[in-house]
Structures are given as C-alpha cells and as structure tokens.
Design a protein. Structure first.
Length: 390
C-alpha cells in the first residue's frame, strides 16, 4: 500500500512549480491553460510523466505554500487583495483553519521546558532565564523557526503570577521579560525577567527558598500540527495577550532552578516501554491475522487445483465423494528419499488410483461368485464399490 504524508513542511522555494499538475492548485480557471492556474499549495507525486513533463498526481499539502497562498490572497505581491471566487476563498480558509495557520493559529500554553539552573539573581532581575526549548514535556516540539520567532514575539512580554483564562488583574503582573535571545546550539530561548520592585519582595524569596515548586509557563499563539502523536509548533505569532507566567508545580520541571528529576525521567521511560510493548503486541496480532489470510489463500488455491484435476480426470460424479475430496485436501508436500514429492503429484496419483477402481468396477461379472473376464470375483467387486463410496 502506498502511504503519502498528509502534510509537508519543506521549503516551498525548493519545489519546482513548473512540474505541478492542475490538481496541485486551489484555483484552476482553464485546465488546458496553465497560465490560468493559481495558488499552488500541494506538492507533486507519482513521478514525472514524460508526455506532460509534470507530476502524475497530487502529493501532500505544503504548509509553507499554504502560508504563501494566504499572503498572496491578502495582497502581499500586488499590494491589494486578490479578487478570487467565493468557493476558492472558502477552500483556502478551510485549509488555513484545518492546519491552524494565520488567523486560525491556536493558543499555546506550555509549561517551562527547561530548568533555570543557569539563571542568576541580580537585584530585582533574574537573568538567563530559559523560557522555551525545542522539546516540551507537554508532548510538543518547536521548530527552529518557531523558537526564533518566539525570541522576537515575547520580547517585553508581561510576567504574571499564575495562568488564567479570563482577563488578567493588573495586580498580578510581577514584571517583564527582556533581552530575549535564541541560542541555536542549545535550541533554547533565554530572557532576563525584570521584576517590579513591590513584587520582587515576595517573588525573590520564593526563587531563593522554594525553587522546587515554581517554574515558568508561556501563553501565546502559534501554528500547530500533529505528527506521529506529537504536536509540532511551526510558527509563533504575536498576540496582545501573550505572557510568560510564573506558576506553581509546573508540569515540565521540578522547580525554578532544577532540571527534570530522575524519577520523572524514569516515569517517561516506563511510559515509553509500555507503548513499545503495546505496539509489539499489536504487531504480533497483526502477524497472526496476516498468516491466517495467507493460509486461507493457500487452501483456496489448493481447492481450485483439486477441482481442476478432478475435472480433467473425467471421473463420474458418484466417484467424487466428499470423503475422497477431503483426503485430497489433506495432502501435504513430502520427501521420498532425496526426492521431494509435490502436492500436485500426490493428488494426481490418488486420482489415477481412483480411476482404476472405477474401471475395475465396470468390469463385467457373469454370475454371483463367478470370476469375470478380468478375474475379479463378485466379492472383490463389492469391495471396490465400497472403496469408491469412501
């Protein structure tokens, strides 16, 4: 079975648009005139057709192409919005919504993904705070593009005490995150948390004495898609309600300055082993099912071959009994010395023996107990009939 990925995040610049068939475009005015094909969002698949010089079929949707199409419709190329049919706009909006792109990007609340063991407290500033990393215990992964965007988007972001879904109380503001930077080697975004003087009075004692129960959590918006059960954050968008909050018992760290504990790490290993065991069990069940299908297919083919050989033998219907057919079906390949006797050879031999029995049965017998011209007595004849009925 051919498996095609549902979506691609490959650079759209690397895709040769000249080889894309009409099915890769959202808006096709004239199928025979390529200049009337607009808004390509799918990659090509199925290899290049030598006659057309284009891909034979449509491949996976390219999320970067979808973003480009959205920007083009908004007027990124011409400076004014494109005039497109309502159904095309609806199709584009549907895809943007499905893949949570642009205005449909979803809210992201992600607990602090890395310890603050590198952070330093100076006056009312907690420096070198790691606010986001490539991997999250919330089963999210952030691309480098998203991390770079986060270092820009979250510059100056407010820091609140705790998360809340409703409007925030200004008295809950504890400071701002400044000087955000992306460390490409570590794939982490760092900041300096500048505390308000009146809030530092109670926050700093927590940092210094209870770092095992507090941590950071981002609250923003981004483009997210799922791959192999993991949420991939492709882009981070600016949002007027963005923040990086201080929370109690963060899900992704044991504390403000400590990395994930050994016990938590072992728990993740345990969960992974359980998942592997489940997958192995499912694979075994699948193998049993496949083996069962193979056996059924072999039995069906064997029955077809038996029916064919019986038809060619021209045995009378009364000689082809259910018992005899079952005997033929039970025949298996065997060895005769160094020679391997096939199933077909054995079945043919049994059918030939059956034919001889029928021919003997047809021999003329003169009188009860008398020998026939073939030397077969009536008693032997009865035995032959019994054998044929079998």
């Amino acid at each position: 079975m051919k498996i095609i990925k549902e979506q691609s995040t490959a650079s759209w610049d690397t895709v040769d648009k000249s080889k894309l068939p009409a099915s890769c475009y959202l808006w096709v005015e004239d199928p025979d005139k390529k200049t009337t094909w607009h808004l390509p969002v799918y990659e090509g698949a199925g290899g290049i057709d030598p006659e057309t010089g284009m891909y034979r079929e449509r491949g996976e949707i390219n999320l970067n192409a979808l973003r480009a199409a959205s920007a083009a419709v908004a007027g990124a190329r011409t400076g004014k919005p494109m005039d497109i049919p309502a159904e095309v706009r609806a199709k584009l909006d549907g895809l943007l919504k499905k893949y949570k792109i642009g205005k449909y990007s979803e809210s992201i609340i992600d607990e602090f993904t890395e310890s603050l063991k590198e952070a330093k407290v100076e006056d009312n500033v907690i420096r070198n705070v790691s606010v986001l990393s490539a991997h999250s215990k919330n089963r999210r992964e952030y691309t480098d593009a998203a991390l770079r965007e986060a270092s820009v988007v979250f510059e100056g972001a407010l820091a609140f005490a705790n998360h809340k879904d409703e409007e925030r109380d200004i008295r809950e503001i504890i400071g701002r995150h400044r000087n955000l930077r992306f460390d490409e080697g570590k794939r982490k975004v760092y900041s300096d948390l500048v505390l308000l003087e009146n809030q530092a009075e109670w926050v700093l004692p927590l940092v210094e004495n209870m770092s095992d129960v507090i941590g950071n959590s981002i609250n923003g918006k981004g483009e997210v898609h799922t791959k192999d059960g993991v949420e991939i954050v492709e882009h981070i968008h600016d949002w007027d309600k963005k923040s990086i909050d201080l929370v109690c018992y963060p899900a992704t760290t044991t504390g403000l300055f400590e990395s994930q504990s050994k016990e938590e790490g072992m728990e993740e290993v345990k969960e992974l082993k359980e998942k592997i065991a489940t997958l192995e069990d499912e694979n075994k069940k699948l193998k049993i099912e496949i083996d069962g299908y193979i056996v059924k297919e072999m039995v069906a083919k064997k029955k077809e071959e038996i029916a064919k050989l019986l038809s060619e033998s021209k045995l009378p219907a009364e000689a082809i009994t259910d018992t005899f057919v079952k005997i033929l079906e039970k025949v298996e390949e065997k060895k005769d010395g160094d020679k391997v006797v096939s199933v077909e050879e054995q079945i043919k031999e049994l059918i030939e023996d059956r034919v001889k029995l029928v021919e003997l049965d047809k021999s003329k017998v003169k009188n009860m107990g008398e020998k026939s011209s073939t030397g077969i007595t009536e008693e032997v004849k009865k035995e032959i009939k019994y054998a044929i009925k079998a």
